[in-house]
Design a protein around this ligand. Structure first.
Ligand SMILES: Cc1ncc(COP(=O)(O)O)c(C=O)c1O
Length: 343
């Protein structure tokens, strides 16, 4: 955050009131992470932002052993709206409800809004969605059908939609949801659960769109190492599509992130300027992580194999981690996060 202002968790926004930059959740130093006896999403409530939570269903997904030696899939397609997004949405929507908001706004490539609409419906909150008119039509239909969301399709990409959501939330006193600090905290639980199941892991591979999942995963392993829950930090590898690789380009070149025009069939990760990009690059360098890209064809092939061999119905972005595994062939134990399913 630019101005270094600090807020209590009762501050009803994820954006700084002074300088408009993104807030970050900071926990009490005394709070030590440890595995919980039960390994479920809500068993990690003590390591989530303070809130009087309604324990809505999310996460608690399985780790599936693959045929290849050392490869494990963290299968997020079994979340209520078929993607890991539900983990962060549960936190954001609980916060919006506790702050007393009656409407939330978000930008989405599809899965985010589907997830936010699902939990908003349960909590009785109105939803305003901004989405690119080039987004997946089935997902747009699904969002509408989930909570009769008010959807504005824009002639631009996800980043343009994000600007519209910010403007709308300010003007209409709607809680701004999406790729912000509370979602990042929720995404960490995927790593807590997977590490609990496998205990020691050499490599974690996950897809990157707006980089909230990547930043959350890197923070999660750093936190677990600091608290001696894990002995070594796994190598965290982020995967972008070849047609939307702004983070890969910046990470490899050492140059600032330059906005791209996404051109990939993997709509969930079609992001030209990741919100948590800078933070992810800093953490990747600090924790010796890496970035890789995969082609649409590689994702298509892995999605087909996941269906045929494991009956996992992954969407293209969901299969990106497995496509990256195939290219890298890392030694030891690897978790490939299968982030989302076909809707
Ligand atoms: C299925 C799926 N995988 C990966 C991602 C990328 O996550 P993030 O935007 O946190 O990088 C998304 C984001 O929408 C998604 O829906």
């Amino acid at each position: 955050m630019k101005c270094r202002e600090k807020y209590e968790s009762s501050f009803p926004s994820q954006i700084c009131g002074n300088c408009d930059s993104l807030l970050n959740v900071v926990y009490d130093e005394k709070k030590k992470f440890s595995y919980t006896r039960e390994n479920s999403f809500w068993s990690y409530e003590a390591f989530m932002p303070d809130c009087n939570y309604k324990r809505l269903e999310a996460g608690s997904t399985n780790v599936v052993i693959a045929d290849e030696y050392g490869l494990y899939f963290k299968v997020e397609t079994t979340n209520p709206t078929k993607s890991f997004k539900d983990r962060g949405s549960v936190i954001e929507l609980n916060k919006a409800s506790e702050y007393g908001y009656t409407e939330v706004a978000c930008a989405s490539t599809g899965n985010m809004a589907y997830s936010i609409a699902h939990y908003s419906r349960i909590l009785g909150i109105k939803v305003k969605v901004f989405i690119s008119k080039h987004a997946n039509r089935d997902k747009i239909k699904l969002i509408k059908g989930t909570h009769d969301a008010d959807i504005t399709e824009i002639d631009g990409d996800f980043t343009d939609a994000q600007h519209e959501a910010i403007k709308y939330s300010k003007k209409n006193n709607a809680f701004l949801t999406g790729d912000y600090c509370y979602r990042k905290e929720g995404q960490k639980t995927a790593i807590f659960e997977a590490m609990h199941d496998l205990r020691s892991v050499d490599t974690i591979i996950l897809p990157v769109g707006n980089a909230t999942l990547l930043a959350g995963a890197l923070e999660a392993v750093k936190y677990m190492k600091r608290n001696n829950t894990i002995k070594q930090i796994p190598k965290v590898i982020g995967v972008e599509a070849e047609g939307a690789r702004p983070l890969y380009a910046a990470f490899k070149s050492g140059m600032p992130i330059i906005r791209e025009k996404p051109d990939t069939a993997a709509d969930a990760i079609a992001v030209g300027f990741p919100t948590f990009g800078e933070e992810s690059i800093r953490l990747l360098r600090e924790l010796d992580g890496d970035m890789i890209t995969v082609s649409d064809r590689e994702m298509q092939e892995e999605a087909a194999k996941l269906k045929e061999m494991y009956n996992i119905d992954a969407e293209l972005g969901g299969a990106a981690s497995v496509a990256a595994y195939r290219k890298l062939n890392p030694e030891g134990k690897t978790i490939a996060l299968v982030s989302g399913g076909k809707v």
